[in-house]
Design a protein around this ligand. Structure first.
Ligand SMILES: [Zn+2]
Ligand SMILES: [Zn+2]
Length: 208
């Protein structure tokens, strides 16, 4: 975030989609950073960390490895565990809803919207028509596309899965993320089912 010039010290809320390390492993070093960085010393605004049930235990487990005190921050923090299918206000004026995805027991996609627009993030997921219904009409669908064609496992997506999900979701724009190494030598499709598509590579800027 710092490298890309994002205002990381003022981050309002964090969503943890599930407990695989590639989705939550950054949380502990981030909180270790906010605890000690000069940039956050004068912050008083609260930070909320949302995620599936079990999130409190996960952070406690990180803490117990070395008494980090990850929640003893210069500013107030709150961990909020969200059941699948729940609607809640992730921030004032920003509505959110979760959807249980076929990936791990706790994995959840999230849809957020305010008066300026809407975004759905698939988290990690296997194929689900209902995920497409959940994301219907969003401005931006940020969706995992681990594989291009052949799937080694059923708990992730490939391009043809996304084509199918996009038929139900009909988003304005698709961003493919969670790209496995086979994508390294593969260029992005410019559209999926007629919908503009880009790859979520490092440093990409997306306007919606
Ligand atoms: Zn995962
Ligand atoms: Zn993952």
């Amino acid at each position: 975030m710092a490298q890309e010039g994002c205002d990381w010290a003022n981050l309002d809320a964090i969503w943890i989609s599930h407990f695989h390390l590639d989705h939550c492993g950054g949380l502990a070093p981030f909180l270790f950073g906010t605890k000690y960085a000069p940039t956050t010393r004068s912050r008083s605004k609260p930070m909320k960390i949302y995620g599936p049930p079990g999130l409190k235990d996960l952070i406690a487990a990180f803490d117990s490895a070395y008494n980090y005190g990850l929640l003893e921050q210069p500013f107030p923090t709150e961990i909020v565990e969200i059941e699948p299918g729940k609607q809640f206000d992730i921030l004032d004026g920003v509505k959110a809803k979760t959807f249980s995805t076929p990936h791990t027991d706790e994995s959840c996609a999230i849809r957020v919207e305010d008066e300026s627009g809407s975004l759905a993030f698939s988290a990690d997921t296997g194929y689900s028509t209902n995920l497409g219904v959940f994301a219907r009409g969003v401005d931006l669908l940020l969706i995992e596309c681990s594989f291009i064609a052949d799937k080694a496992v059923q708990i992730h997506l490939n391009l043809s899965d996304i084509e199918q999900i996009a038929r139900f979701a009909k988003p304005k724009k698709i961003v493919l993320t969670h790209l496995y190494p086979e994508w390294d030598d593969h260029s992005a499709p410019s559209e999926i089912g007629g919908i503009e598509t880009v790859l979520a590579v490092d440093g990409v800027n997306i306007l919606i």
